[in-house]
Design a binder for this molecule. Structure first.
Ligand code: SAM
Ligand code: SF4
Ligand code: SF4
Length: 383
């Protein structure tokens, strides 16, 4: 039986091959764990997209009009297999990666994801430690899967939740999915010990800003860290407009007016979120009340210590969330390249990196919005 050919919508824009220097013995780069890019930034965090599909249609990510029934998702044969993902992740770990985040699309839609988690949990950092292994999910399948994920070796989860009001939530996921099911998923993750849990809320001005305070009240004192994300101009399909961005400074101000906050230091270099702790009656941070985070990718660029790489569902390496080109690792993997070849290719690609999109955007007048480029979709390379 001949395989049906599915035409691909070309959101997966230009691909770069690994530079020839990667394979020349004279210029080969071996993994030492000390890799740095052209701006001196190390490679520490690998985000792996395991599917380009999702059961939600959040308008800021996979708007229904584009991601409709005719949309051409990747055929299964194009996806990296679990063995291929694990191999690449091992080589990234040899280069200094300490944290793996599974994402998508909706990662829990990938069949038998537990098997991949088991394989990744067995990897070690250059110091011989287990990698920090986490996953970002919309929570819709978490109630069913939390226990199996934990048993497979997943350490924690981040759950996306844009509001507590059922009508608002159903509108934002645009598939009429009830908020209660996600809340039950979060509870199941807690019960399974998948913590500390982070909750991601994308804030869109005029859509869910009135949910900021109810969300803060709900998660305060629970041990879960609520993070507010500025609506970003990722991809090319969400019709992003600057006037729909609610700056993080306004989020902090709004919460602080009712629930006093104090600023906390960064927990790790390259940390995307600015941390704010809830203050107790003495005005100091009360750890029992917990903290929030704000991720200000639009109003406060944080490229200076960005140590994140992204591996797309079909094995392309992206050096920035706003990249217009990916580097094809799959053709190396499937073309019989040795571990040393792939390590060297990763070394050359990261070594040439100078991406700092958010910083550059912040240097231009805000009314210009984001530059008109063909950028890759978030659902394809993962958040
Ligand atoms: N489906 C999973 C989920 O929603 O958690 C994982 C993939 S999703 C692309 C990863 C994260 O990106 C989510 O927290 C989502 O809210 C965020 N995201 C998607 N589009 C965004 C945008 N335009 N601006 C800011 N965050 C966005
Ligand atoms: Fe799906 Fe996550 Fe994108 Fe929403 S943000 S459409 S849940 S991939
Ligand atoms: Fe990193 Fe690119 Fe985001 Fe800057 S814009 S923080 S380089 S992913």
């Amino acid at each position: 039986m001949s395989e049906r050919v599915i035409p691909l919508v070309d959101q997966r824009i230009p691909t770069l091959q690994a530079p020839a220097a990667a394979f020349d013995p004279a210029t080969r780069i071996a993994a030492t764990g000390l890799l740095a890019d052209r701006l001196g930034r190390p490679l520490r965090d690998l985000r792996i997209s395991v599917t380009d599909r999702c059961n939600f249609r959040c308008s800021y990510c996979m708007p229904k009009e584009i991601f409709d029934k005719d949309y051409a998702y990747l055929p299964h044969s194009a996806l990296l297999s679990f063995e291929e993902i694990t191999r690449v992740a091992r080589l990234f770990a040899a280069h200094g990666v300490r944290k793996l985040r599974l994402t998508g699309g909706e990662p829990l839609l990938r069949k038998n994801i537990e098997i991949l988690i088991e394989q990744l949990a067995a990897l070690r950092t250059v110091d011989g430690e287990p990698l920090d292994l986490t996953l970002t999910t919309n929570g819709s399948l978490l109630a069913r899967k939390a226990r199996a994920l934990k048993d497979a070796g997943l350490q924690r989860v981040t759950v996306s939740l844009d509001g507590l009001d059922d009508a608002v939530f159903r509108r934002m996921n645009d598939v009429d999915f009830p908020v209660q099911d996600v809340l039950e998923g979060i509870q199941a993750a807690r019960d399974a010990g998948l913590g500390p849990i982070k909750i991601n809320m994308v804030v869109k001005r005029g859509t869910n800003e009135h949910e900021i305070l109810p969300m803060a009240r709900h998660f305060r004192g629970t041990g879960m860290v609520l993070r507010f994300i500025e609506y970003m101009d990722v991809g090319a399909t969400n019709g992003w407009r600057m006037d729909e961005v609610l700056p993080s400074a306004e989020v902090v101000k709004k919460i602080h007016a009712e629930l006093p906050l104090v600023q906390l230091g960064a927990s790790a270099p390259g940390e995307t979120a600015e941390r704010w702790g809830y203050a107790g009656p003495d005005g100091r941070h009360d750890p029992a009340l917990g903290e929030i985070g704000v991720i200000s990718s639009v109003t406060h660029a944080f490229c200076g210590d960005c140590n994140r790489a992204r591996l797309s569902t079909e094995g392309r390496l992206y050096l920035c969330l706003f990249a217009t080109q990916g580097h094809d690792l799959r053709s190396l993997i499937r073309g019989g390249a040795s571990d040393a070849d792939i390590e060297s290719a990763i070394g050359h690609i990261w070594g040439a990196r100078d991406d700092r999109y958010s910083e550059l955007r912040s240097l231009q007048p805000p009314e210009l919005g984001s530059p008109p480029q063909r950028r890759v979709e978030m659902s394809y390379i993962g958040g």
